[in-house]
Design a protein around this ligand. Structure first.
Ligand code: PLP
Length: 401
């Protein structure tokens, strides 16, 4: 028998439970409207907050860079693939975030692995919010940390209790004689619910107990703090030890970033394995990041439009009787609970011209399925009303409202 057969059988059972994900194919740019199977659909589920994925200015900057540099870095950066564009993009990002230095990697997932697994090992300690992103969870696994504490979502009393325990554990030096690192790590904006970490309190507690702070700002960049991210939102620029981010959400391209003190970034550049053994960003991505920072720095209008749209959408969903959970940001979950209900809801939306994929296990806990609506600066009021009408119809049809 084929030893891989049990995996294939899993597919059948996933389909039964509504856990199988059919992946749609976009035949158009990633914009407020997309074409799927030849049909024009309202796009209610991208992370393209500001429309940067199809922004003409950014596309032009990328094309210009390609004409000058070609398409690829051609090697890992420490060997021969370190482009002037990479350095320029890093400088721009550091400035935007108000950090001493920034470090670009080929994705946010990878950035979390570098940020965590490079400074935390078996004998160190990690304290992590239970709703942190999968890439943080996997980075902690990769670090093989023996002492890890998962605290209840955003529960600062539990965080303090865990810090106290961690401090006790850290009294025993590591086998090389040094003191264990205590790392407190959290998503900035929680990607499935849209609520924000209590970062000022996290920073205060971490400082009190001598822990290192790390925030993953994937959904905060381009969104919070006039687009400069969560550190600016909370006036904490320069006060966080490690800030991770992604170029793959509001920036509309691909890439990850770590920002922090110059010495820390230098350490990552010497020791981060995914940096040492994986090729640098493409020319188009690096050029797009530079142009994206320029646009964010010049004008707040896109960020404002995004928030206006988000506020309108949330208010109207609530008026209709939908449960939008605990969101504080443009991430607008429409809570449904049952996996199959979410799947059916999404299919019916699609038939009415709205593209909004269901979010279900393992992206959220079992029984907490939802449709996560993502407004963008590119949507008009008319677009939002079109989507709301479809939600109202399907919601009534399925007895949700
Ligand atoms: C999307 C996301 C990532 C991964 O970023 P990529 O650049 O897409 O790899 C990491 N952390 C959080 C919180 C995210 O939402």
């Amino acid at each position: 028998m084929n030893p891989l057969k049990p995996y294939y059988q899993t597919i059948a059972s996933m389909k039964e439970k509504g856990l199988y994900t059919p992946v749609r194919v976009l035949e158009s740019p990633q914009g407020p409207w997309v074409t799927i199977d030849g049909k024009k659909l309202l796009n209610f589920c991208s992370n393209n907050y500001l429309g940067f994925a199809q922004d003409k200015r950014i596309a032009t900057a990328a094309i210009k860079a390609i004409k000058k540099y070609g398409v690829g870095a051609g090697a890992v950066r420490p060997i021969s693939g370190n482009l002037a564009l990479h350095m320029e993009a890093e400088k721009a990002l550091a400035k935007l975030k108000g950090a001493e230095a920034a470090f670009l990697l080929p994705g946010g997932f990878i950035a979390n692995i570098v940020a965590i697994a490079t400074i935390v090992g078996k004998e160190d300690i990690v304290i992590s919010d239970e709703l942190n992103h999968a890439s943080i969870i996997d980075a902690i696994k990769l670090a093989q940390v023996k002492t890890k504490f998962i605290y209840k979502h955003n529960d600062m009393a539990e965080l303090e209790a865990r810090l106290t325990e961690a401090v006790a554990v850290a009294k025993t030096p590591k086998s090389d004689g040094t003191k264990p690192v205590i790392l407190v790590v959290t998503d900035g904006v929680f990607s499935m619910d849209g609520d924000i970490a209590h970062l000022p309190e996290i920073v205060r507690l971490a400082k009190k107990y001598g822990a290192v702070t790390m925030v993953d700002d994937a959904h905060g960049e381009g969104v919070l703090g006039d687009g400069k991210g969560i550190a600016h939102h909370f006036k904490l620029a320069g006060k966080l030890d490690i800030e991770v981010g992604t170029m793959s959400k509001a920036f509309g391209v691909l890439g990850g970033v770590i920002a922090g003190k110059r010495e820390l970034i230098e350490y990552y550049r010497q020791k981060g394995r995914p940096y040492l053994f994986s090729t640098g960003l493409t020319v188009a991505d690096a050029a797009a990041v530079i142009e994206g920072v320029k646009i964010l720095t010049k004008s707040k209008s896109l960020v404002r439009k995004l928030w206006d749209n988000a506020a309108y959408l949330r208010k109207e969903f609530q008026k209709l009787g939908f449960d939008t959970g605990v969101t504080q940001t443009p991430i607008t979950p429409v809570m449904l609970g049952d996996e199959n209900l979410a799947k059916e809801f999404s299919a019916k939306l699609l038939a009415r011209g709205v593209f909004a994929t269901p979010i279900k296990f393992p992206m959220v806990a079992m029984g907490k399925a939802r449709i996560r609506v993502m407004p963008s600066a590119g949507h008009s009021k008319k677009d939002l009303d079109y989507g709301l009408r479809a939600f109202a119809q399907v919601g009534k049809e399925l007895g949700v409202i």
